[in-house]
Ligand binder design. Sequence first.
Ligand code: SAM
Length: 233
Amino acid sequence: RYFVDKPLAAGIAIIAGDEARHLVGVMRAKLGDEVVLFDGCGHEADATIEKTAKERVELRVETVRDVPREFASQLTLAVALPKGDRQKWLVEKLVELGCDALLPLETDRGVAQPVESAIERLKRGVLEASKQSGRALLMRIEAPASSDTLFSAATVHNQPCFIAHPGGCSLDQAWDQSSGNALFAIGPEGGFSDREVQLAEQAGFQKVSLGPTILRIETAAIAIAALRMLRSS
Ligand code: SAM
């Protein structure tokens, strides 16, 4: 399954850059070989290789099909990202579980948020996980935001907004209220500060509990995405 960065249509499609290097250099693809292409905008196509070069492969596409593998609702997770490999793992699992957008969140007790190169790494992780999982749409990596910006007003996000913090309503109740579309904020290892929880509640975010135990950041994110998957399937 290879990614093309333009909407698929019948005719010639181009795979470029890392994707082309992988297809030609690692998979040793030859003229006439068939691969599946996806465009990250909801389409897939079977395609036949017509020309190869190290950084560019041309393929013939006959018919394009819509891929019905996305949920009707939109789930955004604003997360104080964990470090290193846990970050990569988080992205992979959220793509698999159908999360629509990940917003790196800068919090009072969090570590520094990703710089441009780290954001690019997250996006590469999205692509890898999409190829493997069959996602039709690429999970968006939003521009990092501070908790002050995120918690300025729930209405600016145009969807029900929740802050994961012990002592709130249950995740099931939150889901009942959101009727599908929702934004959830997940705090850093040290948790959200009292100031942030207060700011969020003043802005219209509702506190949601994820159970009686303390979950790591990535477990909290996966629990939310998994519940959404179960409730939407
Ligand atoms: N040191 C923090 C504490 O004891 O509260 C734990 C922070 S936890 C590792 C990271 C984030 O996951 C929290 O800020 C919260 O957003 C979310 N989280 C973890 N467990 C949770 C739970 N049981 N209920 C609600 N949110 C939870």
